[in-house]
Design a binder for this molecule. Structure first.
Ligand SMILES: [Zn+2]
Ligand SMILES: [Zn+2]
Length: 790
């Protein structure tokens, strides 16, 4: 019996061991035999050290093969064991370089090939498709350390590597190679070439690689004459000039900057006069995060934005008490300060020599013109105005301003999308191919479509001066070239007088889709949130051309991409003088008062009425009565203007949205009171105006009145949206328009809606203001093309 039992066990062992042997054999064969994969990676994978990264991880996992940039994507063919290939794919996903964004990886097995080694192949312009172009990247820590080390990069202000440096601003065409950038003029010295070719070097295939021997350099100009090209002397002179209250023009990444000491009131005032910029707040660059902490409140997401490689200007709340007060005129008495950290090697070198911990850094131009990029023009225009001019000989091909963001509800919201963000695409769920959206008139950005992506241009500005219009047209041409766009459909604002609309209409032989301004706002927010259905849209801004010929700006829509129904809006009021009323909020205030009180408003005890010339008031009344140059408006921005004027915060605006910004500056968190308003066909604020006037007459604090007014608007939004949900059953609310850049209004509105189980969508990757409008135009055009075969 034991024997037989043993035999049975042996038999079973034999059977098992045979199975195990087969299994092990398969395993060994699978893991040891080599396979070849073709991997295609799309996304932001050029100019961010992606190929060297692939090279390194291929070596690490003992793979042979090659990697190649095309203008469409990055192609990799690799041979190795299954296990190593698996690890390689994992590394691609997990260890991606900081500035790279992988949107898709596709893998197919191809015939096994023995490549012998791993190599980086020459770029190949294979098709009319494109891959993404990297935005410019702030200088990395390692490059900053190189600037401290002996050798060709000691104090060298153009140091860069595959992880940092200029990108979009120097690129002329794709694929991204040195030959197609403004670095083409600089021939690499043997040392730089060695690094460029050494796969183990951080500068392996870094296209703008340079050193003090072979790369670009700065030059110092005094009174139009070149004085020095020694970086030490330049830095010393600039630092000295700033310390003494001078104004310095410095060529940067995407354009020229004007700089002065942020603590020197006189210098800031001089700069303001020079720029003809009465009140618009300036941005300030601080030495580092530690030196800015005494001046501004800063939370974790704000810190993240400030320190990110994109290095935007971040709008931060000023601290009430600071050790050393900064010039008040920088931020024009607002409670926000635009703050940024150094991002170019030159900035770091400068702060090493500067005693002051912060400098005003504003775009080098006269107001309303685009930021200057050209050396000769800079010398022509500023030799008599700036105390010192510092230029460099690396051309700026693509002009970009500093970007501006604000953290609202814990999320970065872009107010001005330019350096560090452009030209990254906005992925959408729509077929955007060949659509060109021309954008708004002010704060213009345009947008081109490729496959399902939307490529929004950098901030162009207000299409009013000839220089800006030229910049607009040149950039359109460049985007067509860079992104291989064959424009097939134009999308323009309905406003017949917009330069952008006229430009679109002038495109020969192209069908044109006209998109209502506020519909475009909502569509823009829907597109970035990948919503494609009927939603409740709330678009609040200053002005936009409506389908009834009036000026809209407080719109409650039931809409999708294709069409919209205007459900309600703020009651129309006459806007005496049209556009000029946006610059003179007191006109709007008179219009509201006249509507609410009739002619007896003139007896009201209001400070601003006492200050205003009675003859001017009489004229405004006459214009309203006779309907002369008094377009009707429902613009939410105008109601904010009116209240800012009633509180005597601003009568003549010195920059866009000054009234609303001053009102928001006053808001306090601990007040839940509000004013009365009525809803019917439209939303009427007569009771609100009466309440405000009563509070002013009663001597109630402005902060309380401003807060009560904000709360009133929030309730008006909520009431209207709630009624729309009851009627339509739609639960998704989309908020867009410049008014939602108001943090208090945005956060409180979103909270109130979410607490009542609404799904709320807002902007984060494109601006809520007109800078994001083109994305909405593009989305509407795409949907109409799909439905109607435009
Ligand atoms: Zn670097
Ligand atoms: Zn060199």
């Amino acid at each position: 019996m034991p024997f037989r039992h043993c035999a049975f066990v042996r038999l079973r062992l034999y059977v098992y061991s045979k199975e195990i042997r087969i299994f092990l054999h398969k395993l060994i064969v699978n893991s040891l035999s080599e396979r070849t994969l073709q991997i295609i990676v799309t996304g932001l994978v050029q100019g961010v050290g992606f190929r060297p990264f692939i090279f390194r991880i291929a070596k690490k996992h003992n793979l042979t093969g090659w990697v190649q940039n095309t203008n469409e994507n990055v192609i990799i063919q690799v041979t190795g064991t299954s296990q190593n290939l698996k690890l390689f794919l994992l590394s691609i996903k997990k260890e991606t370089p900081a500035a790279a964004v992988i949107r898709d990886i596709s893998t197919i097995e191809i015939e096994t090939t023995d490549f012998g080694s791993f190599s980086i192949r020459e770029s190949n312009d294979v098709s009319e498709e494109i891959t993404e172009i990297s935005p410019d990247i702030a200088v990395c820590d390692e490059c900053r350390r190189d600037m401290e080390m002996r050798g060709n990069r000691l104090g060298y202000a153009f140091v860069n590597c595959t992880n940092c440096g200029p990108r979009f601003t120097i690129i002329k065409d794709l694929p991204y190679d040195r030959e197609k950038t403004t670095m083409k003029l600089f021939t690499m010295c043997p040392k730089c070439r060695h690094e460029y070719n050494d796969v183990n070097d951080r500068r392996f295939h870094a296209q703008p690689v340079a050193c003090s021997v072979c790369g670009p350099h700065y030059e110092l100009f005094l009174e139009g004459k070149m004085i020095s090209s020694k970086v030490d002397e330049i830095i010393d002179t600039v630092a000295n000039s700033i310390e003494k209250g001078g104004i310095v023009l410095i060529k940067g990444l995407g354009g020229m900057h004007l700089a002065c000491d942020a603590f020197n009131n006189q210098a800031v005032e001089k700069l303001r006069n020079l720029k003809n910029r009465d009140g618009k707040p300036f941005a300030v660059m601080f030495r580092d995060i530690e030196t800015l902490e005494p001046y501004v409140e800063i939370d974790y997401p704000e810190r993240q934005s400030l320190m990110s490689w994109r290095r935007p200007i971040v709008l931060l709340q000023k601290k009430k008490v600071t050790s050393l007060p900064m010039s008040e005129i920088i931020s024009s008495g607002l409670n926000l300060l635009g703050v940024m950290l150094p991002y170019m090697p030159f900035h770091y070198l400068l702060f090493k020599s500067l005693k002051t911990s912060a400098i005003v850094l504003t775009s080098g131009n006269f107001s309303s013109e685009p930021i200057l990029t050209d050396n000769m023009t800079a010398l022509d225009q500023f030799s008599n105005h700036a105390d010192v001019i510092v230029l460099h000989n690396r051309d700026i091909y693509n002009r970009t301003d500093d970007s501006v963001v604000r953290i609202i509800a814990g999320k970065e919201r872009i107010f001005r999308r330019s350096r560090g963000y452009v030209p990254s695409p906005v992925p959408t769920s729509l077929n955007t191919e060949g659509i060109m959206a021309f954008g708004a008139e002010l704060t213009n950005c345009f947008c081109v479509g490729k496959r399902q992506n939307a490529y929004l241009s950098q901030h162009i500005g207000d299409l009013q001066g000839i220089e800006t219009i030229e910049f607009y047209e040149q950039t359109i041409t460049l985007f067509f070239k860079l992104f291989r766009i064959k424009p097939a459909l134009a999308a323009v604002d309905m406003h017949p007088m917009y330069i952008s609309s006229k430009t679109g209409l002038a495109m020969e032989g192209m069908p044109v889709v006209h998109v209502q301004h506020h519909h475009a706002h909502i569509a823009s927010c829907m597109a970035e949130n990948m919503l494609d259905e009927k939603v409740i849209g709330v678009a609040f801004d200053g002005t936009g051309f409506g389908t009834d010929g009036n000026i809209w700006g407080s719109e409650f829509f039931i809409c999708d991409f294709n069409d919209f129904e205007r459900v309600t809006h703020f009651e129309y009021i006459p806007l005496p003088g049209g556009d000029s009323a946006t610059e003179e909020p007191w006109r709007t205030a008179i219009s509201y008062l006249y509507k609410v009180y009739g002619i007896s408003f003139r007896q009201l005890e209001l400070e601003f009425l006492k200050k205003t010339d009675p003859e001017k008031i009489r004229l405004i009344i006459q214009m309203i009565d006779k309907k002369i140059n008094c377009p009707l408006t429902s613009g939410a921005g105008r109601l904010f203007d009116c209240v800012a004027s009633l509180l005597d915060l601003v009568q003549t605006a010195t920059f866009q949205a000054e009234g609303p910004m001053r009102l928001e500056s006053l808001v306090k968190q601990d007040c839940n009171e509000s004013y009365e308003f009525t809803t019917g066909q439209t939303i009427c604020f007569d009771q609100t105006i009466r309440g405000i006037v009563a509070d002013i007459t009663d001597g109630i604090e402005k902060v309380t009145i401003a807060t009560k007014f904000h709360n009133t608007i929030i309730l008006a939004i909520f009431d209207s949206v709630n009624a729309m949900r009851t009627k339509s059953g739609i639960n998704k609310v989309v908020l867009s328009g410049g008014v939602f850049q108001n943090k208090y209004l945005s956060v409180k509105t979103m909270d109130l809606l979410r607490n009542n189980n609404f799904e709320v969508y807002s902007h984060s990757v494109v601006p809520a203001n007109d800078g994001g409008l083109a994305l909405g135009q593009l989305a509407v055009a795409s949907k109409r093309r799909e439905l109607l075969c435009v």
